[in-house]
Design a protein around this ligand. Structure first.
Ligand SMILES: *Cc1c(COP(=O)(O)O)cnc(C)c1O
Length: 280
């Protein structure tokens, strides 16, 4: 459905062929989890979408309209599919090249959570590290790289995953050119040791993850230690467990990093912590 609140038939064309989101990837998006009839962490997703729109110089997101559409789309899904989990995507682009005055394009789609994602929650993921090509001090000096925005220009992320798949891995962890852990192609990285969480520090050229943020808030409420740091692959391999964290998958345990098989040791209560962090 579009941000004006109109529900569309998903099998009828919706975008114009000259939409700048489609032809240049000029837009931002969010992927959210619809569970138990409720979309989780809507506020955090709309905050990030608003920030991303600002970085791309898009018109300010009409937050109230977006929140209303998310509610209507969730109700439509529940009416058709009951309690089934779903993935809700909100896309917001610069709109039509030939009609700039028509304003931005915004719409929401809802679909079942893919089987592949459900499987990785229990089976975990084998991860290949890939060099992202910039140093950890690059993002601050290069705002035009849009490293803090979840842009529709996702082709390189998908290419990275295909590259890893071709080598027998499921997912990717990007490293900076100076050798530090950044993030997954579509997930944040958290290392867990005892009741201490560590994730790469902000500002190193990664997307701020809403799920990582929510987990950190819940961890601190629950008396866990939750830190940010410059992390190396050795740090990951030395942790009790390492996780790829994102809104729809939630937590996929890393079973292999390159040639290192991670010990299948104790997960502590980390999964419970993740579940508690997304109750709203
Ligand atoms: C979407 C995404 C994440 C995870 O963000 P969530 O808000 O937790 O879903 C992390 N890194 C990248 C590159 C992403 O695209």
């Amino acid at each position: 459905m579009s941000l004006d609140g109109v529900v569309h038939d998903p099998d009828v064309p919706f975008l114009y062929a000259d939409d700048l989101g489609a032809v240049r990837g000029e837009g931002v998006f969010e992927t959210m989890l619809l569970r138990g009839g409720r979309v989780r962490k809507v506020g955090l997703h709309l905050d990030r979408l608003t920030d991303g729109a600002r970085l791309l110089g898009l018109p300010t997101l009409d937050r109230a309209a977006a929140a209303r559409v998310i509610d209507i789309a969730a109700a439509e899904w529940v009416a058709r599919n009951g309690d089934a989990e779903a993935m809700m995507r909100l896309a917001y682009s610069r709109g039509r090249e030939s009609a700039p005055s028509a304003g931005p394009t915004g719409y929401v789609t809802v679909a079942p959570v893919p089987e592949r994602i459900v499987a990785t929650r229990s089976s975990g993921v084998r991860v290949m590290t890939l060099n992202r090509g910039y140093t950890t001090d690059f993002a601050a000096a290069a705002p035009w790289q849009l490293l803090g925005a979840k842009t529709l220009s996702f082709a390189t992320n998908m290419a990275a995953v295909r590259h890893a798949n071709g080598q027998g891995f499921d997912e990717v962890i990007y490293l900076s050119a100076d050798g530090y852990v950044l993030e997954g192609a579509r997930a944040s990285v958290i290392a867990v040791t005892g009741r201490t969480l560590v994730t790469p520090q902000p500002g190193v050229g990664i997307l701020p993850g809403t799920t990582q943020w929510a987990i950190y808030a819940e961890a601190r409420r629950s008396g866990w230690e939750a830190r940010t740091a410059l992390l190396t692959v050795d740090d990951l391999c030395a942790a009790d467990s390492v996780w790829l964290i994102s809104s729809v998958t939630l937590a996929a345990r890393v079973t292999v990093i390159d040639s290192t098989v991670m010990a299948a040791g104790d997960e502590g209560d980390f999964r419970d912590l993740v579940d508690r962090s997304i109750t709203e």
